[in-house]
Structures are given as C-alpha cells and as structure tokens.
Design a protein around this ligand. Sequence first.
Ligand code: TMP
Length: 217
Amino acid sequence: MLLDKTGGMFVTLEGGEGAGKSSQAAYLAEQLEADGFRVYKTREPGGTPAAEALRHLLLFGEASFCWQAEVMAHMAARMDHLEQKIKPALADGQIVICDRYHDSTWAYQGFGMGAARPEVLSFITALRQLVACEPDLTFLLDIPVDVAHTRLVKRGGKTDRYEGQASQFHQRVRDGFLQVAQQDPERVVVVDACASIEGVKKEIYRHMQVWLEGGGM
Ligand code: TMP
C-alpha cells in the first residue's frame, strides 16, 4: 500500500458554503477507519487552540481586517495547525483529512473578498509557497450558489463573516475553486455536491480507493 512507503497522505475537502463538506469529511474518515487506516480528521481555520482562537476572530470578530491581515491571519492559523498537528500526523503515517485548506484562502480571500485582483492573488501565492505543504488529493464539492443558499436557509443558525456575504461574493468563491480545479487536475477532483449524500459519499470513496491502490490519479 502506498501509505507504507510515503508515511501518510494528506487529503483536503473544499467548496463553498452548504456543499456538505463537513459531513463528507466525517463519512470519509469513518470509511477509512473501518478499512483499517489510521485517520486524523481536522478543519481550518482551526485544529489547534491558537488556530481555533483565530477562527473565532476571523469568522465572528466585530473588527474588520485589512485584506493583507486577513490573509495572514488565515495563514497564521494554518501554520500553527500544520506544525503542531498535520505534519506530526503525516510523519506518523496517518491519513490526514482536512475540512478546508489553502484552496479556501484562494477562493475566499483571493476571489471572494479580493475579487481576483492580481496583487491579492500574488500575495496569497507567496505565502502559500512559504507555508510549503501541499495536499496529495483534494475533493472540491461543487454546488451552484442558489442551491447552496436554499440549503443554508433550511439549516438556519448563526451566520459568520463569509456566509453572510452577497450572492456575487459566493459566485466569485465558486469561480475561484473551479479555477483551482482547472489548473491542478492532478490533485483536485470535482464532485457534484448536488447529488444525494450517499452518491457524493460513494464518489469520494471511489476516487480515494483509486488513489490508494494506484498511488495517484
Ligand atoms: P466552515 O468551517 O463552516 O466552512 O467555515 C469556515 C469559513 O472560513 C468559511 O466561510 C470559509 C472561510 N475560510 C476562509 O475565508 N479562508 C480560509 O483560508 C479558510 C480555511 C476558511
């Protein structure tokens, strides 16, 4: 099995609000554990006490950030999470499943907040290179903005800094994710998140098995 040779695998789930990422991350972890793999499931922003504190500030803090500080706060949370949790789990041979990672910064801060301005995208790219730990495989749960909105209204609950943005923002976020998938098809698998929960679950696991058996896509 590939994992024995590489000592770990890093899988991320990405997508806009209401795409069902968190549930799918949990299903994937359960399935892999049932198959005998050791799994470390986590999320961003968050995953360590300091990163969870930054998450609270970023999502629910009243103060607004300048765009550079917002990007850096997401990256600071990521760095802490990487050094304290993700890298040790990978070194220990575990499969790390992370609910959001770098592609969310690209989509939300780069495309959503930053409207894909070149200076914002190059700032994010520079920091991403410094952080320097890329996932092996990413599932992008793609869903049209209006369908996601209907789901979110049904779900209810507290709205964070990003969820509460206008639909144009969410469309830009979707565009940002789809651009990543187009530019990095080796790593990113686009999954139709409008399909049934069971269908999405099967699709993700099918790709996961191909990757585990074949050592890549
Ligand atoms: P979620 O865990 O419920 O998806 O909420 C996390 C929110 O944070 C979501 O709106 C996306 C946003 N986010 C960013 O804006 N940039 C990032 O780099 C990450 C990881 C998340």
